[in-house]
Design a protein around this ligand. Structure first.
Ligand code: NAP
Ligand code: GLV
Length: 320
């Protein structure tokens, strides 16, 4: 039997599964991110920890937990908060929740894509603030979707689900990837292109790479300059993949038509000026935020811990 610590309450079936297991469970009952010092104090002596994106799992975390730690299971698919190499060196298994949040996150990417193109935020505010006078032929004209080109940066699970939705709009799909994806070419007639071609050719550019050293500021000032003035940039991956300060300048200058963002470089802080950009649609990291998806993430995160502590196969192990 092992001891498992959950750093923050999670909705759905996850905690119940842990409680029904042979392991002992302690949940930090307060619905807030534990301060670093508290976190390091609370994880001491546990065999497994169920973490959130805001919990940094590094050498200090691993030292604080102690030598008995066997598994850290992230309540997320992204694991840029983990030092996987350091954990591996110490024999600690790192896990995440791939797959179960793919469709919900693709839906949010499309919510942003349609919302920013059709100026939903500006229109909604106009109605609420009593500025909707009478229908006008020129009011809040936006961009079209049907027949346009979608460029997907990062052709993984979520990127694929975003591209699949584009078929309903008869869009041309291009993708940026480190390898050729035969299913993309077969299912969408999609073409593998370089980053520059994607940014120059995309009417909509949607970002789905994981955050790591290689992808930090993958889209910076120069790359933003490659985009068409009529194009929209959507980011549901991680904030630092885009240079947010440069993006604000480009949005202010009308260098692109708009941006739809679910994630930010210094989340939850926004780059100066972003909040005033009318051509940006901004969401508070809602990608996986559906009732079913968040429960499924809890199920997978809990099962990961149970499987690893039981010495069973089948956990979603991050290979690093
Ligand atoms: P995934 O299936 O692993 O897809 C990521 C893809 O990115 C992989 O296919 C990988 O390429 C590709 N890639 C990695 N580095 C690249 C690079 N330098 N250039 C081009 N492609 C690169 O992951 P996923 O499940 O789709 O999730 C993607 C990310 O979305 C997560 O890491 C997370 O940060 C984010 N996310 C956000 C939310 C939210 O709430 N907003 C929710 C879920 C996930 P290869 O195929 O060549 O290996
Ligand atoms: C959410 O951002 C995730 O990576 O699951």
């Amino acid at each position: 039997m092992g001891r498992i610590f959950v750093t923050r309450p999670i909705p759905g079936v996850g905690i119940g599964l842990l409680e029904e297991s042979v392991h002992e469970v302690e949940v930090n009952g307060e619905d807030r991110v534990l301060e670093r010092g508290e976190l390091l104090e609370r994880i001491r002596g546990f065999d497994g920890v169920l973490t959130q994106m805001a919990d940094r799992v590094d050498a200090e975390f691993l030292d604080a937990a102690g030598e008995g730690l066997k598994c850290v299971s992230n309540y997320a698919v992204g694991y840029n908060n983990f030092d996987v190499a350091e954990a591996k060196k110490r024999g600690v298994v790192c896990c995440n929740t791939p797959g179960v949040l793919t469709e919900a996150t693709a839906d949010i990417a499309w919510t942003l894509l349609m919302g920013v193109a059709r100026r939903v935020y500006e229109g909604e505010r106009m109605v609420r603030e009593g500025r909707f006078g009478v229908w006008s032929p020129t009011m809040l004209l936006g961009g079209d979707l049907v027949g346009k080109t979608l460029a997907v940066i990062g052709a993984g699970r979520i990127g694929y689900a975003v591209a699949r939705r584009a078929m309903g709009w008869n869009m041309k799909v291009m993708y940026v990837s480190r390898s050729v994806k035969e299913d993309w070419e077969r299912d969408f007639g999609a073409e593998k292109v370089g980053l520059r071609e994607a940014l120059e050719g995309g009417d909509f550019v949607s970002v789905h790479v994981p955050l790591n050293e290689e992808t930090t500021h993958l889209i910076g000032r120069e790359e933003l300059g490659w985009m068409k003035e009529s194009a929209y940039l959507i980011n549901t991956a991680r904030g630092p993949v885009i240079d947010e300060k440069a993006l604000v300048e480009v949005l202010q200058a009308g260098g692109i038509a708009g941006a739809g963002l679910d994630v930010y470089e210094e989340e939850p802080k926004l780059a100066e000026g972003l909040v005033d950009c009318e051509n940006a649609l901004l969401l508070p990291h809602l990608g996986s935020a559906t009732i079913f998806t968040r429960s499924e993430m809890g199920r997978v995160a809990a099962e990961n811990l149970i499987k690893v502590l039981n010495g069973e196969d089948g956990a979603c192990v991050i290979e690093g």
